[in-house]
Design a protein around this ligand. Structure first.
Ligand code: PSU
Ligand code: MN
Length: 335
């Protein structure tokens, strides 16, 4: 508790933190202002369990209205499991930690009209007072700034196929190398090059563990065929890993890869053929860079008749349960 409190106090010295409750009105905020919701700042001050949630999954990862429903359900699941959810986004140029229902709705309705904000975009979006969903990399940055250690998402970005020539390697991977946050995800999609992604995570010094398996999961399917470097079997073990990483001050992140529950996994053949088609189309249309992942996600969803979206929703919820349990366990250790 002391640790969380001192980090928050430190933050107040460096940033102009406003407690939320203000509707609009962000136009007049001083540069460097970060808004933390009352619920989240109270939890942080009291050393309570907090789980960060990203928002690109809302703006670019899922269509409306499933994006909004899922965002609300994820927050509810985190609460049911004893932690406080902190969905993170940038709204009118203000990084917001903990969104109101209206703010979630606004972002969900904006969809891909909102910006997709990774590390490189943060300063620009704040300076131009724009709004957008934060990717894994940007969400990690803000979570770390306010002292949140556990972050739940669906899938992280990775090394794209042919990444060795296009250099399209998600900034999620470099962020994991330098920001001490534990990211709970269902592994990496096979729209990406999974073996190269694992190699790159090793280069970045990221601690990777799979949950209750030694296979690294492939998002829609339980196994990628690649071995994970480590395996942990309980929330307590995951919390201990996070605590050790912090005590040793390694400064790097942790990836906890949770296989999709069997009953929700998509048949490997169905998903692979949809992915191949989507990748070919993206190539033909010249869709690259930050537009590629959202395009592939939405095409794979169309091509599987919505099956991939259903799986996607089920796996993020599953991750939220574990993430909350880990955060609760971690709060006990830190007490
Ligand atoms: N994978 C998903 N859903 C998502 C994303 C990835 O299944 O919504 C989003 C996440 O926000 C992730 C980002 O951080 O895409 C990675 O984008 P890129 O590949 O452009 O780095
Ligand atoms: Mn990219």
């Amino acid at each position: 508790a002391h640790n969380a409190f001192s980090r928050l106090a430190n933050l107040h010295r460096h940033f102009n933190i406003t407690k939320s409750g203000t509707k609009g009105g962000n136009e007049n905020a001083a540069p460097g202002t970060i808004k933390i919701s009352h619920e989240v700042s109270t939890a942080l001050s009291n050393g309570k369990a907090v789980v960060a949630l990203e928002s690109t999954i809302i703006s670019h990862g899922m269509p409306y209205p499933q994006n909004l429903e899922t965002a609300k359900e994820l927050e509810a699941i985190v609460k049911e499991n004893g932690a406080v959810p902190a969905t993170i986004a940038i709204l009118d140029g203000i990084p917001c930690i903990g969104l109101s229902t209206e703010e979630l709705e606004m972002l969900a309705k904006l969809g891909p009209k909102a910006r997709k904000i990774s590390r490189r975009d943060i300063a620009y979006v704040v300076a131009t007072r724009s709004s957008g969903g934060t990717t894994v990399s940007a969400t990690m940055i803000f979570a770390s700034m306010v002292g949140i250690s556990v972050f739940v998402t669906g899938g992280i970005g990775g090394v794209h196929k042919h990444g060795e020539t296009t250099l399209d390697i998600s900034s999620d991977l470099t962020e994991l190398g330098k920001t001490p946050i534990a990211v709970v995800s269902a592994g990496v999609k096979s729209i990406l090059d999974i073996p190269k992604t694992l190699e790159y995570l090793e280069t970045q010094g990221v601690c990777v563990v799979s949950y209750k398996t030694d296979d690294f999961p492939a998002f829609f399917t339980e196994k990628s065929g690649c071995k994970a470097p480590g395996q942990l079997d309980s929330p307590e073990e995951c919390a201990r890993l996070i605590e050790v990483n912090r005590k040793l001050d390694l400064k790097s992140g942790i990836l906890i890869a949770v296989p999709i529950p069997k009953e929700h996994s998509v048949s490997g053949n169905v998903i692979e053929s949809a992915i191949q088609t989507a990748l070919r189309e993206a190539g033909e249309k010249g869709i690259t860079g930050s537009a590629e992942t959202p395009y592939l996600l939405s095409r794979v969803n169309d091509l599987t008749g919505g099956a991939s979206l259903e799986s996607n929703i089920a796996l993020v919820k599953n991750n939220a349960v574990l993430g909350a349990q880990i955060a609760v366990s971690l709060a006990k250790i830190e007490d």
